[in-house]
Design a protein around this ligand. Structure first.
Ligand code: NAD
Length: 460
């Protein structure tokens, strides 16, 4: 293990700097600092915690452009997506600044009438937050915001591909007035031993993880040893359904957003497109034209509309997935090749003639590739849509509200976009079912994830 981590710009493949690689001892010191700060932060007035989060929101918005550039440089997404991410990320600070003063309890009469039941909420304790590279700002604030609002102290462990954004957010929080020890950041490569040591420290009471299902299930097993409270936001494999009566222009617009936000590297990315036979040719033609018109390049160039993938390994993964589907009979309508400008580029790709059971539909592609499958029977389509391990989000496009709601109810997902390609909203409970996770982030539910219920049985 070296004590520096090089950060690469995916557009050039070149280093843009390095950060300190925390040793296990340093990670444990961060946990100690969070543990020492907990009592005082927990007892800080909710209004004070709220005002600090509100200030962090304001600083983040004032510094949106700088932060957006940092995101693009270390992660590759186009600048317009990075700006949108900063605005979205900052909103979690604003939303949870408003939630901090709304931590409720209640007071009930026991059914026997003999005594009272007093129910209140307390912060769960030191929270370990582990986040992925694809939304380096928003995945951090979606956890830090509710944790701080609830009165928890945190250790944030960002993905080592994108540490600069995490460090910039910690700096904003410090300037907003977060006391020392309340927010700690450790960057560790390899991450496994560091996270395991922190979970085993005996001081961490909450693990909030966003990342792949593979790593999430590994961490659930580790957390089980000490019965640590876990929230898991894991992988997706979203179906996007276009019904025969859909407004095709609305569906194409929604599909572009659902597929191409973040260059396809989103857990919410539409992965499997189920298009009704009657509208297949119109949808395919219009959607393919939009995908073909995207300009692949360096995300910092204002004319670029599709940035590179995060790493060479991810570029290879996407390329292999497309080659596999093509070898099994899929047809490339546009794209279908890697690009070296930008360094880790992959062309926006549309595949037709994909068999409903093809391997490319079984797991998230995490790149700018759309696989189109036609359908004629709604029941059959729904059983295909539900026949995967994941269940984060699904999208349905139809002008018939009853049909849309029927499909939304039947989709085995935690979220549904109805005539919309975007579901993310700080005020909404974001999360999945099945292998896509446990718990919800955002909304009031996001705050509850960092609170324990305390019940006092009393006679008075
Ligand atoms: P990842 O699972 O490889 O990494 C996520 C985090 O876990 C990083 O901080 C990483 O350093 C750490 N990690 C990796 N291996 C570990 C180990 N053995 N022990 C402990 N920690 C470890 O995921 P990624 O490649 O960074 O992100 C992409 C994945 O994240 C995709 O599957 C995507 O769907 C998912 N994701 C989910 C959501 C959601 O809200 N559901 C949001 C964004 C991304």
């Amino acid at each position: 293990m070296t004590n520096q981590i090089e950060v690469l710009n995916p557009a050039t493949g070149l280093s843009i700097g390095s950060v300190h690689n925390s040793s296990i001892a340093e990670c444990l010191q961060a946990v100690d600092a969070a543990h020492d700060a907990f009592e005082s932060w927990k007892n800080t007035a909710p209004r004070v915690r709220a005002e600090i989060l509100r200030k962090a929101f304001e600083i983040m918005i004032a510094e949106q452009e700088d932060l957006a550039r940092t995101i693009t440089r270390e992660m590759g997404k186009v600048l317009s997506d990075a700006r949108a991410e900063v605005a979205y990320a900052a909103e979690f600070f604003r939303w949870f600044s408003e939630e901090a003063v709304r931590i409720e309890g209640d007071y009930r009469r026991a059914p026997s009438g003999a005594n009272w039941l007093l129910v209140s909420r307390q912060p769960v304790g030191v929270a370990l937050l582990a986040t992925p590279w694809n939304f380096p700002a928003a995945m951090a604030t979606r956890k830090i915001g509710p944790a701080l609002a609830a009165g928890c102290t945190v250790v944030l462990k960002p993905a080592h591909d994108t540490p600069l954004t995490a460090l910039a957010i910690a700096n904003i929080l410090q300037r907003a007035g977060v006391p020392s020890g309340v927010v700690n950041v450790v960057v560790a490569d390899p991450p496994g031993p560091a996270v395991e040591a922190m979970l085993n420290s005996g001081k961490v009471r909450k693990l909030s993880f966003t990342g792949s299902t593979r790593v999430g299930s590994l961490l659930l097993a580790q957390a089980a040893e000490r019965v640590i409270n876990c929230s898991m936001e894991l992988g997706g494999n979203a179906p996007l359904i276009v019904c025969a009566d859909a407004d095709i222009d609305v569906a194409v617009e929604g599909a572009m957003l659902a597929k191409m936000r973040n260059g396809g590297a989103a857990c919410t990315a539409a992965n499997r497109f189920y298009i009704h036979d009657n509208v297949l040719s119109e949808f395919t033609e219009k959607f393919t034209a939009r995908m073909a018109a995207l300009k692949l390049g360096d995300g910092l160039d204002p004319s670029t509309t599709l940035g590179p993938l995060v790493s060479r390994a991810q570029q290879q993964r996407v390329s292999d997935a497309v080659a596999g589907a093509v070898s099994r009979g899929a047809k490339v309508l546009t794209g279908g090749a890697v690009s070296t400008e930008p360094a880790f580029g992959y062309q926006a790709t549309v595949l037709s003639n994909v068999s409903p059971h093809d391997e490319i539909l079984q797991d998230e592609i995490f790149g700018p590739v759309a696989a189109l499958v036609s359908y004629s029977d709604e029941q059959e389509m729904l059983s295909l849509a539900n026949n995967v391990d994941h269940g984060l989000v699904g999208y349905v496009f139809t002008k018939d509200a009853a049909r849309g709601m029927r499909i939304a109810e039947k989709l085995e997902t935690g979220m549904v976009g109805f005539n919309r390609g975007l579901v993310s909203d700080p005020a909404a409970p974001f999360g999945g079912v099945k292998a896509s996770g446990i718990g919800r982030e955002g909304g009031h539910e996001g705050l509850l994830a960092f609170l324990e219920t305390k019940y006092v049985a009393g006679n008075w």
